[in-house]
Design a binder for this molecule. Structure first.
Ligand SMILES: Cc1cc2nc3c(=O)[nH]c(=O)nc-3n(C[C@H](O)[C@H](O)[C@H](O)COP(=O)(O)OP(=O)(O)OC[C@H]3O[C@@H](n4cnc5c(N)ncnc54)[C@H](O)[C@@H]3O)c2cc1C
Length: 404
């Protein structure tokens, strides 16, 4: 894959350069390969699907049923359960790469990528080489870097502070009082995991949050939502989901988990904020094994002071504060001036947060041979659609160039 000519540290790729060997990078490389187009995949770590292999906790399973998480052209093995474990997902990714002969160039961290309008080529720099191609496909992920918020007094805390990206299991925290900052899917699941290892998690819930059961009537909530959306307006589907959620989970407001005024699907569409799919944390909150805390006012030497005036001691702090894209750090076309000039010509590009300006399903194509895959705020589900679109678009150009 990706036969390149190397001349003095410069590699010339006849096909696209893909930045990132996660599910998105592999999916688009596979679709291109299927069309007879070679590509070069550059990956900063030493493995494929590095987020899943290196930066996720042991108990993680896919949040959605497997049929919504498989990549194009190759389904999950039939014997996989409805919600595959992270290890099963990684083994699927490995077979996927092998099946399509995808061999990323590992330990190649892209530090800069720039379009040269004179030559019509993208120049992509890593710590070792410069790569050139007519096409650049950004597959570096919405979750490339952990977000670590500035909380007053954090530097004073005497115990360990870690982001969920390095959390593996609650076994290291037995009998500890742990402050978990954040209440998204990761915050809830890490709190649950801490409970199962006899730790005492206190979970900070600063904003409102939608918690939905993972399944309703034995069917995944996601499947139900997708089916209903084919027939009913979004607001009505939201009302239905909340009615069932209140019936099965009870009134979460009483547990200090205030629901946003906007419904879960409407909120997801508007802001990208994913509802929490409950896999057991809620019952631990009800039985007070996970304690829900208001916002942190400041961190102290031995614990934290909260906005409601409470003060507690903690042994460790875990930041379940999410991730961000790293595209603005290396994609030159992402700077403000270029963005402004390009937008005058109507070319959709990345925002300053490193997410395509046009929302799904239109955010996959920029100008000058630039593409983005996996920035749809729809997780694995959004990847297939981007990958298929990009492969088709590049293949059409490839065939013209090759006279096919
Ligand atoms: C804890 C957790 C659980 C999740 N669970 C689910 C789930 O159940 N279902 C779901 O649909 N989604 C889930 N997600 C979202 C998940 O991020 C995506 O589904 C999926 O991993 C996205 O694939 P990707 O290839 O776009 O990005 P990533 O998986 O992040 O892969 C991007 C790759 O690009 C590499 N890279 C980044 N920058 C550079 C650079 N400058 N140079 C070279 N390489 C670079 C990275 O090392 C990485 O290997 C979860 C995310 C997290 C954090």
């Amino acid at each position: 894959m990706g036969a390149c000519k190397k001349e003095d540290g410069n590699w010339f790729s006849p096909g696209p350069i893909i930045v990132g060997a996660g599910p998105s990078g592999l999916a688009v490389a596979a679709c291109l390969q299927e069309n007879g187009v070679s590509s070069v995949v550059l990956e900063r770590t030493d493995c494929i699907a590095s987020l899943w292999q290196k930066r996720t906790y042991d108990r993680l399973k896919l949040h959605l049923p497997k049929q919504f998480c498989q990549l194009p052209l190759l389904d999950f093995p039939e014997n996989f359960p409805k919600y595959p474990t992270k290890h099963q997902f990684v083994s699927y990714m490995e077979s996927y790469a092998k099946h399509f002969g995808i061999e990323p160039r590992f330990n190649q961290s892209v530090s800069r990528a720039e379009f040269d309008s004179v030559t019509g080529f993208w120049r992509v720099e890593t710590q070792d080489f410069r790569y050139f191609s007519k096409w650049l496909i950004v597959a570096s992920g919405e979750n490339a870097e952990p977000v670590v918020p500035e909380i007053q007094g954090m530097d004073k805390f005497q115990g360990p502070v870690m982001h969920t990206s390095v959390y593996k299991s609650g076994s290291e925290f037995q009998n500890q009082r742990v402050l978990v900052v954040g209440c998204g899917n990761s915050g809830m699941e890490v709190s649950l995991d801490l409970c199962s290892h006899n730790a005492i998690p206190h979970m900070v819930v600063r904003n409102s949050v939608h918690v939905l059961p993972r399944e309703m009537f034995g069917i995944s909530t996601f499947t139900i939502a997708m089916t209903l959306l084919k027939f009913f307006p979004l607001k009505l589907v939201d009302k239905f989901l909340l009615l069932v959620a209140n019936f099965t989970l009870g009134n979460t407001d009483k547990l200090n988990l205030r629901r946003p005024k906007t419904g879960p699907l409407e909120l997801k569409n508007a802001t990208g904020k994913t509802p929490v799919l409950d896999v057991g944390a809620l019952s631990q909150i009800k039985s007070c094994r996970i304690k829900v805390m208001e916002g942190v006012k400041e961190i102290t030497q031995k614990g934290a002071r909260f906005t409601d005036g409470q003060e507690n001691e903690f042994d460790s702090i875990i930041l379940a504060t999410g991730y961000r894209s790293n595209v603005p750090a290396w994609l030159k076309a992402c700077n403000f001036l270029t963005l402004t000039v390009l937008s005058l010509y109507g070319i959709p590009f990345f925002t300053k947060d490193g997410i395509p300006k046009s929302p799904f399903p239109n955010g996959w194509k920029g100008g000058n041979g630039l593409y983005a895959v996996g920035f749809t705020r729809r997780g694995l589900l959004g990847i297939s659609s981007d990958a298929v679109n990009i492969a088709k678009d590049v293949t059409d150009q490839w065939r013209i160039i090759k006279g096919l």
